[in-house]
Design a protein around this ligand. Structure first.
Ligand SMILES: C[S@@+](CC[C@H](N)C(=O)[O-])C[C@H]1O[C@@H](n2cnc3c(N)ncnc32)[C@H](O)[C@@H]1O
Length: 215
């Protein structure tokens, strides 16, 4: 199975071993299926739409007939993930949904964290407000980067509730050290917030924060 560049990047950024990997908002379940293939972890596929989970179940039965005991399927709101029911290292992946929804889900999940949990996020839009929410949660940055697919640039945020890592910043740090890609991302971001600020003056503060970045 060949993943697109965004999902392949999310897969490849994970170099640690986990006992549990949660492919949240999984839709087609491609990322979780890749981890089922490449890791020893138990893979949890979660989506709120029953028909999507039924399709993932059908695909896994067909393509991973030997791995029946290595995955679980849930038709569930990710805000209600039963993380505390599992022991061992856990990675929660939330990709391909809006930054606002990602913020809501992360706030809910971090409300009841008992053990150390890692998170891999790849939101669509609203990175600034998402980062503001993430700053208010007990999380640190393990790694952050940009990935481009179909002329769209995404932020990849690998976070931990553990002790090692750096502080989350509102604009990001390492994402501005990827040369030409960072430059293009900054241009796109400035264009976006300049447009938003025309109809929503409160976006001016966000625009000026990005304008102060020097690459
Ligand atoms: C565009 S797909 C993302 C698929 C995949 N994660 C990716 O990055 O390509 C978004 C999925 O999120 C699911 N979703 C939206 N809100 C959700 C929630 N609160 N809990 C679980 N799934 C949700 C939708 O049903 C949809 O299948």
């Amino acid at each position: 199975m060949k993943l697109g560049k965004r999902l392949q990047t999310l897969h490849d950024v994970v170099t640690q071993d986990y006992q549990h990997i949660w492919d949240c908002c999984c839709d087609h379940g491609q990322l979780g299926a890749q981890f089922l293939h490449s890791s020893q972890a138990h893979i949890h596929f979660v989506d709120v739409v029953p028909a999507l989970i039924a399709k993932v179940k059908q695909d896994l039965t067909c393509f991973f007939p030997e791995a029946e005991t290595r995955y679980s399927l849930y038709t569930l709101d990710v805000a209600k993930l039963p993380l505390t029911q599992y022991l061992g290292r856990q990675l929660v992946i939330i990709a391909g949904v809006g930054g606002d929804l990602t913020a809501t889900l992360m706030t809910s999940l971090c409300n009841d964290l008992r053990d150390e949990v890692d998170f891999l996020l790849c939101p669509v839009h609203h990175h600034y407000s998402l980062r503001q929410t993430l700053q208010s949660l007990p999380l640190k940055v393990v790694h952050e980067s940009l990935v481009e697919e179909n002329r769209r640039i995404y932020e990849v945020l690998y976070l931990t509730s553990g002790k090692t890592g750096t502080a989350i910043t509102p604009l990001g740090e390492a994402i501005w050290q990827q040369g030409a890609l960072s430059k293009r991302y900054l241009e796109k971001t400035l264009d976006h917030y300049a447009r938003v600020a025309k109809g929503k003056p409160e976006a001016q503060a966000i625009l000026s924060a990005y304008q102060h970045l020097t690459l």
